[in-house]
Design a protein around this ligand. Structure first.
Ligand SMILES: [Cu+2]
Length: 301
């Protein structure tokens, strides 16, 4: 980033590291990625937080192992150097050591996999959802259908981003803060609602991914994948197609706008097609039905 000064970056980096170590909600945990963000975001759903927690546990386990292993190597290199008269041992096998360095990693892996598996199972449980949105991937846009609501629309790259990318202009973060991450029609969703997604594709494999929701799901022709979310905070959350799907793969962003429930209902009502005009009543017959009954049947040819 040209606008950022080096000292500033260093300061922000140290600040962010300190904040994430202390567990403070800092920019490193914002819903959407920010420039120079180092860690993954915390997201705005319970599932996103579960992914974040699993990631942080794995990270700290790796840090602890790294410190112990590299610390032991550094100590051995320094304390047992040849200039101090150290002589290398000549044994080639040690059954006890081999059992220890096999069993300990296995136990660490089990301790990490157990909670991660429980979280994964919860992420796939789409039961008791309150509404369903069908997502279909196309080269290169998304279609959203609010099932049972008679509301459907396509969502494609916003025109100004599309114009700039084809013009050769160099957009700046100031003039185009959401360059290639804006769409013409946002996917509007309610907060505090368990929303089920059914995800498929009409042509090639795409993947629907909004990092703040905490998951990505493949959109595969002929297959319907499921996912769900329950957004906790109103806001705008951005994502992209996460499967290499053709030459314009980089130009099919996703924008989710989470609204409070009542506002969402108003939005949905506006999007619904107007009810069909009542069918006009047939004109009054000239003669009464009794007169018609008495009339002779129409002549048949
Ligand atoms: Cu795609």
């Amino acid at each position: 980033m040209k606008q950022c000064k080096r000292g500033n970056i260093g300061g922000r980096w140290v600040g962010a590291m300190a904040a994430s170590w202390l567990g403070f909600p800092a920019w490193a945990q914002s819903a959407d990625p920010k420039p120079w963000q180092l860690n993954m975001g915390r997201g705005v759903t319970h599932t996103a937080r579960m992914a974040y927690e699993a990631h942080m546990v794995a990270l700290w386990v790796c840090v602890a192992i790294g410190v112990i292993v590299f610390g032991a190597i550094a100590y051995a290199v320094f304390a047992f150097r040849r200039s101090k008269g150290a002589v290398a041992a000549q044994f080639s096998h040690n059954t006890k050591a081999e059992i220890v360095w096999t069993v300990i990693p296995v136990l660490i892996l089990i301790a990490m996999a157990w909670p991660a598996t429980a979280k994964l199972i919860a992420m796939y449980d789409t039961r008791d959802s309150e509404m369903t949105v069908k997502v279909t991937g196309y080269q290169w846009m998304w279609k959203y259908e609010y099932l049972g609501q008679d509301v459907a629309f396509t969502s494609r790259l916003e025109r100004e981003s599309d114009r700039i990318r084809q013009s050769g202009e160099r957009p700046t973060a100031a003039s185009q803060p959401h360059y290639l991450l804006d769409v013409d029609h946002r996917l509007v969703l309610p907060v505090d609602t368990k929303i089920r997604f059914v995800i498929t594709s009409d042509d090639v494999i795409h993947a629907w991914w909004v990092p703040a929701l905490g998951w990505k799901q493949d959109a595969i022709p002929g297959i319907i994948n499921e996912a769900w979310t329950n957004i906790e905070q109103p806001g705008v959350y951005r994502g992209q197609c996460a499967e290499l799907c053709g030459k314009d793969h980089g130009f099919m962003p996703i924008v989710v706008e989470a609204l409070p429930k009542a506002e969402f209902q108003r939005w949905l009502a506006q999007r619904k097609p107007a009810p069909a005009a009542p069918v006009p009543a047939p004109a009054e017959p000239a003669e009464s039905s009794e007169a018609l009954a008495d009339a002779p049947p129409p002549a048949t040819p």
